[in-house]
Each structure stands twice: as structure tokens, then as C-alpha cells.
Design a protein around this ligand. Structure first.
Ligand code: LLP
Length: 421
């Protein structure tokens, strides 16, 4: 198992037992049950600090969509990051966690008037406007007597990032932002400058997610710099998107390297605005592992072996959505061979419920064994569902030999809490 995929404080003992934050994964599984998300709190803090060091105070904005709960909102804010919230719901969680509104930036395409109203009345730091209709809604709020918000315009730079089609956002054929090439971006800048309802403070672009190629970021920064410099606005936001390795052999730039490339590119092109970024995955992705229990090992001679665990596409839909790869390891004998090949699946009622299509699995794996997948900290819990009425797993933060439950396991009662009759 490639150990570089494990969180910062992970250790593997001679007998193969894996500890994170000073606690054995097997013990955590015994205490909290499986499936279980275990986050290395020190890893989370290290990445937040790295982002703040790389981009400067108030220039590193955590994209909460990657993983959000009360404890995570507080942690990122405590470590000096601002928070990007992409819906009224994310804004609610961050505010409820005690993060001040002026540390929040509101994102999302197609924001409702209610989401915008909350952002304006709470005085968020700025709103990233995605489309003309959002400007219409802000003008409506202004007519109702609400204060004038600071806004940043989301621009589609026409840069195609090398990533999965579903998470590439910077190309011209995109639902996001004002298109630069066809003049929509310039028209939106004009409109904002003439409108009494908004104060235009900057420009934004985000080319996609899980991007490994620094040239894609450098190219987008260049396009944005050419547009931004003559406009001389105080803020230039270059989005998130830095990838992380999920499987052995993958390598991604660090937050520090990403910072160097973006800042040097902007500086060399004469950008004097504050430059900020919105990393999500690179802060939380490698911080967590998911621990499962194997429930069946079904060998179909001449076909393949299916290994089923007690979770699946409801706690990690990424393999089925994007074909994303993962590794699996045994939390109790991580040093043992992994020569057993099989398809790691969940317990949902469909064949698409796959966690790893062709997994290298611990030898002699059997029902009752624990199995863990690393790098599940981003877009796992946050995209989890109750499909088949599975209850969502708990989330535990571990640090210095202590565990704290930050999200409890859902109960069957939770499954009917919104049912009216
Ligand atoms: N800023 C904006 C405007 C975004 O849309 C996103 C992600 C980010 C920042 C953070 O990007 P990150 O640093 O996490 O790559 N569910 C997909 C990823 C969707 C990303 C959506 N936007 C996945 O599991 O790969």
C-alpha cells in the first residue's frame, strides 16, 4: 500500500497495524462502528496553515463543499482560512459554527433571491456573481432597501483543464460564469460599474477540480491577468482545483508549489490586486480514510471475485460518478501482501455500486475483516446519500491519541425525520 497516501500522522507498526493521530484504526472501528470516516486533525491543520503561508493571510479560502460540518468550519477558520460557501445551506452551517459572516464568500451558480438576501443582510465578505439574473436579484434587493454588497464576477476564461469532464469548469462550454471570449464578461463588468446595487471589487475564475497540471493553472492565471490588469480591481480570485494523489504512482503539486506558480505568474503579468484561492480537496482529501467491514467475498470462477463492504456508493460516489481510482488496505496488517485482485463493492442494490473496479486487496481477506480506503476526506462525506436508506457514517477527528466524534452516525429515526405522514 503506497504509504504516501495516508494522512500526515499515520504510522504503520511492524505487525501492520495502522494508527492515525496516535490511535489504531481497528480500535476506532470497534468504538464507533463501520463504515467510519477518520480524519487526521493535524493533517487538516497542516494543510490549512500551508495554504495560508503560501498565499498570505486572508488569501486562502477553504472551499467547504469538499467537506463541511461544524467542527471543520471552525478548524479552517481557526487556522486562518476564510470560507467559501456555495449555497444557503453551506452558509448556514458556517454561520451556525460561529464563523463570522465577513469571513465567508458566497458562491454557486443560480443563487436564489433568498440566498442572496441572507448573504447581503449578514454582510458576507463578497458574493461571487455567476449570471445576469443574479445581478437582477441583487438590484431587486437594493430596491427593497438592503445594503450594497461587494461582488466579484465569475469569469469563464476559456481554458480547458486536464481533468474529468464533469469537474472541468473553465472551458467556453460551461454553465459557470460570464464568458470572456464572447464579451459577456466585459459587459457584466460594465453593468456592475453602472449599477447602484453592487460594489464590484474583483474577478474570479475556477477552471476545474482535481487538476494536476500546473500549466493549466498558469494559463488560466495568464488569461485572467490580461483581463484584470486594465480593470484595476482590488481582488483576483483564482479558484481551487489543485488535485491530490488517490492511487500509487500519482503525484500532485503541493499547495506551496501551486502558490508559487500562481503568484509568480500574476506578478510577472503586472497584477497588483490581492490574489486569493479556494482550495477544497487539497486541504481535506488526504486527511481522511474510510474504514469498512468486509461482509462477503464472492469468487466467481473464470469471472472475478467480488468483495462487499458495509458502505458503498452512498459514502463514496466518486468511483461511479467520475471513474475515480482508490486503493484499499488492511488497518490491521497493512504490511502484508496485496496480491489478491477483486472488485470492491458496496451493499447498494445496483451493479454500479463499485468502490474500486480492480482492487489490489490484502491476501486472505475474509468476511469480518476491516478494510480501509485512503484519501476519502474530500467529496466523500459531503456527497454522501441515504440511498437504500443506509444511514450516513459518523466522522471522527483524531489527534494526539484522542478521538472526538464530530458528526454522529445517523439513526433509523433520522431517516424519517422529514416525513410528514
Ligand atoms: N471554487 C469553486 C468555485 C469551485 O467550484 C470548487 C469546486 C472549488 C473552489 C474547490 O475545488 P477543489 O479545490 O476542491 O478542487 N465532486 C467533485 C468535485 C467538484 C468540485 C466542485 N467545485 C469530485 O468529487 O471530484
Amino acid at each position: 500500500m503506497p504509504l504516501n497516501l495516508l494522512p500526515d500522522t499515520a504510522t504503520v507498526a511492524d505487525d501492520g497495524s495502522v494508527q492515525i493521530g496516535g490511535l489504531a484504526l481497528a480500535e476506532l472501528a470497534a468504538t464507533y462502528g463501520t463504515p467510519l470516516f477518520v480524519y487526521d486533525e493535524q493533517h487538516l491543520r497542516n494543510r490549512c496553515r500551508e495554504a495560508v503561508d503560501a498565499f498570505g493571510h486572508q488569501n486562502a479560502v477553504y472551499a467547504t463543499k469538499a467537506f463541511l460540518c461544524t467542527a471543520m468550519a471552525r478548524l479552517a477558520y481557526e487556522e486562518g482560512m476564510l470560507l467559501d460557501v456555495a449555497s444557503g445551506g453551506e452558509m448556514f452551517v458556517a454561520l451556525r459554527a460561529g464563523v463570522p459572516a465577513d469571513a465567508l464568500t458566497l458562491h454557486g451558480n443560480n443563487k436564489s433571491i433568498d440566498e442572496l438576501r441572507t448573504a447581503v443582510t449578514e454582510h458576507v465578505r463578497y458574493i461571487v456573481v455567476d449570471c445576469a439574473e443574479e445581478l437582477d436579484r441583487l438590484e431587486q434587493l437594493h430596491r427593497e432597501g438592503l445594503p450594497v454588497p461587494k461582488v466579484v464576477l465569475r469569469i469563464t476564461p476559456g481554458v480547458h483543464a486536464h481533468t474529468h469532464e464533469y469537474i472541468a469548469t473553465g472551458q467556453d462550454d460551461s454553465k459557470f460564469g460570464f464568458n470572456l471570449a464572447n464579451g459577456a464578461a466585459a459587459a457584466a463588468v460594465d453593468r456592475c460599474r453602472r449599477s447602484p446595487a453592487v460594489e464590484l471589487v474583483g474577478l474570479h475564475s475556477h477552471i476545474g477540480s482535481n487538476v494536476f497540471a500546473v500549466d493549466s493553472f498558469a494559463r488560466a492565471a495568464e488569461v485572467m491577468a490580461h483581463f484584470a490588469v486594465p480593470l484595476d480591481l482590488p481582488e483576483l480570485v483564482l479558484g481551487g482545483g489543485l488535485g491530490v494523489p488517490y492511487v500509487g504512482g500519482e503525484e500532485a503539486p503541493t499547495l506551496t508549489e501551486w502558490g508559487r506558480v500562481l503568484l509568480e505568474q500574476c506578478r510577472s503579468l503586472g497584477v497588483t490586486s490581492r490574489i486569493s484561492v479556494e482550495p477544497g480537496r487539497s486541504i481535506v482529501g488526504a486527511a481522511a480514510v474510510t474504514v469498512y467491514t468486509v461482509g462477503s467475498v464472492k469468487h466467481i470462477p473464470g469471472v472475478r471475485t467480488y468483495v462487499a463492504v458495509d458502505g458503498g456508493m452512498s459514502d463514496n460516489p466518486r468511483p461511479v460518478l467520475y471513474g475515480s481510482g482508490y486503493e484499499a488496505f488492511s488497518p490491521t496488517r497493512a504490511t502484508a501482501g496485496r496480491d489478491f485482485r477483486g472488485r470492491l463493492v458496496g451493499k447498494h442494490c445496483e451493479s454500479g455500486d463499485v468502490l474500486i473496479f480492480d482492487a489490489a486487496l490484502p491476501n486472505d481477506l475474509q468476511a469480518g475483516d476491516l478494510l480501509a480506503t485512503p484519501v476519502t476526506g474530500a467529496y466523500g462525506y459531503s456527497m454522501a446519500s441515504n440511498y437504500n436508506k443506509l444511514t450516513r457514517p459518523p466522522v471522527v477527528f483524531v489527534r494526539d491519541g484522542a478521538a472526538r466524534l464530530v458528526v454522529r452516525r445517523e439513526t433509523y429515526e433520522d431517516l424519517v425525520r422529514c416525513d410528514v405522514d
